[in-house]
Design a protein around this ligand. Structure first.
Ligand code: SF4
Length: 214
């Protein structure tokens, strides 16, 4: 049994903490999904497809969500019946179909996104510097998972070809986004940016070093 004299490892306790937060997030997701008459897996698919105008293949969707291909296929079929997604042939290969978000799917997503969850409320009350620290820790953890091929590359600034970290002397807005040609701060770092374009590995590595060395 864990006692102050005999604690479990810090990794174990961080995992316990993350699992409590994840439990509440799952409940938040159910509330959001309910508004659109779908389930959380289907909601995650709509979120994943937003901003990906060319759509994604079933295999990619399954990998991003960490579910099996049959589960992804079933969820996509349910979304298709509701008119929230559609399958499109790709330009280069007419036999290869991609799943894309429809206008109805985007509306359903926005309706769910407007609901404030318990985890939003819990982070809102943290001091601003702690919110920023939490965001940066999450970026670092997500990058570790990417590097280990546990998850695919996410649409984060840290992997984006438009990201130029710490190029401005303004401490409040040291980074530059070359997509919108604007400076921005640590608290504006994106986890899932719709304008993201994945940089090549050498650029990603150099950008990451510059970002963490700050
Ligand atoms: S396009 Fe998005 S992900 Fe890329 S640097 Fe700009 S804000 Fe970050």
């Amino acid at each position: 049994m864990e006692t102050p004299k005999n604690p479990t490892s810090i990794h174990h306790r961080i995992r316990e903490g993350l699992s409590r937060v994840a439990m509440v997030m799952r409940a938040d997701d159910w509330n959001r999904a309910k508004l659109a008459g779908i389930n959380p897996t289907q909601l995650s698919i709509l979120e994943l497809l937003e901003g990906r105008t060319d759509g994604l293949g079933v295999k990619d969707i399954a990998f991003h969500l960490g579910v099996s291909q049959p589960t992804a296929t079933d969820s996509i079929a349910a979304l298709e019946r509701k008119g929230y997604v559609e399958k499109r042939a790709t330009e280069n290969d007419k036999r290869s179909l991609k799943v894309a978000l429809t206008i109805a799917g985007l509306s359903a997503l926005r309706a769910g996104g407007a609901v404030e969850g318990a985890t939003d409320r819990a982070t809102e009350v943290l001091p601003e510097y702690e919110q920023e620290e939490l965001l940066l820790v999450l970026v670092k953890m997500i990058r570790q998972l990417q590097e280990r091929d546990v998850i695919p590359i996410q649409r984060m600034c840290a992997s984006c070809r438009y990201f130029a970290p710490f190029v401005h002397s303004d401490a409040a807005r040291p980074h530059h986004c070359n997509f919108v040609d604007a400076a921005f701060g640590q608290r504006d770092i994106r986890i899932d940016c719709r304008d993201h374009e994945t940089a090549d590995p050498a650029f990603r590595a150099a950008t990451w070093d510059a970002f963490v060395e700050g």
